[in-house]
Design a protein around this ligand. Structure first.
Ligand code: MRU
Length: 343
């Protein structure tokens, strides 16, 4: 089983996802600033995984303090809280750091060494709950998949994007475990190729049949009848069901509607943002232009040109056939079904 991020010997250990599939390397990190860089550079990526990383960031900040002054100790933790700003779109990062800080408020009266231990336990709970939630989503979601289906996914919403098992790929894993014979189609997912590099790698590790396509091949694949379902993950879901996910998801959803292919989102409840009424309230990260002008460090575009590089887009709720959560599959009207989650 692939374990993307975990805590061992007072260090955060994570798979460096910038190196896959050419190199599998587990990095040890004991510095919250370095962990923040790992999130920014996508060495750790995927909404639930960066949430877990954010929680561990608070732990690393706490452990870095070796003195005995509580005021100083609290300031070090407050400084560590800045890790929640490492990336703006995936709400799981803010959610997990805020959960840690809320918990910290309740244990402030304890001794410094006890606070450190309690923070480790809370971060471990966040990691374990994530793994459990993914399996629950798999159980709720796999009945949507039938033997013989071609299932298209975009980006990587797998074990690598979570603590383990995955959201969209968790549903696919559960379908395979239930004995269904399926084939996954993986969009390569330019510019950073999470589909080509990561989704194909982890499915191959699990012997799940996978076919790689370029992003512009989704249309022909649907028209030729290769795709019966689409399942993707999410970085933030607004209260009306509008869903931010990796750039290119929106066009897949439109193509799915045009071709009568059901389009599902799989995401834990921590990905819903009660503060976002619609997709317009979701901040979209824009990244460095080199990610578009270069592949693997090699320039592929004309020098000196303008580049637009949004890392995510928003799929309007009207294109979404269902949202698979750990509490079941939500259906339209989403305003109503999502509100129930928070009542
Ligand atoms: O930029 P990334 O690689 O962090 O983007 C990840 C995605 O868009 C995933 O699809 C999303 O986080 C869901 S992960 C279970």
């Amino acid at each position: 089983m692939i374990k993307t991020i975990f805590f061992e010997d007072n260090k955060v250990k994570y798979i460096d996802q910038t190196l896959l599939p050419l190199e599998y390397k587990v990095v040890s990190c004991s510095d919250v600033k370095k962990l923040e860089v790992a999130i920014k550079t996508l060495a750790i990526r995927g909404a639930p995984a960066i949430g877990v990383a954010g929680a561990y960031g608070i732990v690393l900040a706490a452990l870095s303090y070796k003195g005995k002054d509580k005021g100083e100790f609290f300031n070090v933790i407050l400084e560590g809280e800045k890790i929640k700003n490492a990336r703006p779109t995936a709400v799981n990062l803010m959610w997990a750091v805020e959960r840690m800080m809320g918990f910290f408020e309740t244990i402030k009266h304890l001794k410094i060494e006890e606070i450190k231990k309690e923070l480790i336990s809370e971060a471990e709970r966040i990691r374990e709950e994530d793994a459990e939630i993914n399996r629950k989503m798999g159980q709720h979601g796999h009945p949507l998949i039938s033997t013989g289906d071609g299932v298209l996914t975009h980006c990587n919403a797998g074990a690598l994007a979570t603590s383990e098992y995955g959201t969209a790929l968790g549903v696919i894993r559960a379908a395979v475990d239930a004995g269904k014979k399926i084939r996954v189609y993986s969009d390569e997912t330019r510019p950073l190729l999470q589909g080509a590099r990561l989704t194909t790698w982890e499915l191959k590790e699990d012997d799940i049949p996978v076919t790689l396509i370029c992003d512009n091949m989704a249309g022909i694949s649907m028209r030729r009848g290769l795709i019966q379902k689409v399942i993707v993950g999410a970085d933030r879901i607004a209260m009306n069901g509008d869903t931010a996910n990796k750039i290119g998801t929106y066009q897949v959803a439109v193509l799915a509607k045009e071709n009568n292919v059901p389009f599902y989102v799989a995401a834990p409840i921590s990905t819903f943002d009660p503060k976002a009424k619609t997709g317009d309230d979701i901040p979209i990260e824009e990244r460095n232009k080199d990610e578009v002008t270069h592949i693997g460090g090699k320039r592929i575009a004309t020098e000196g040109i303008d580049v637009f590089n949004p890392a995510f887009d928003v799929t309007p709720a009207k294109y979404i056939s269902g949202i698979i959560t750990e509490r079941g599959v939500l259906r339209a009207p989403y305003k109503k079904s999502i509100k129930k989650l928070f009542d």
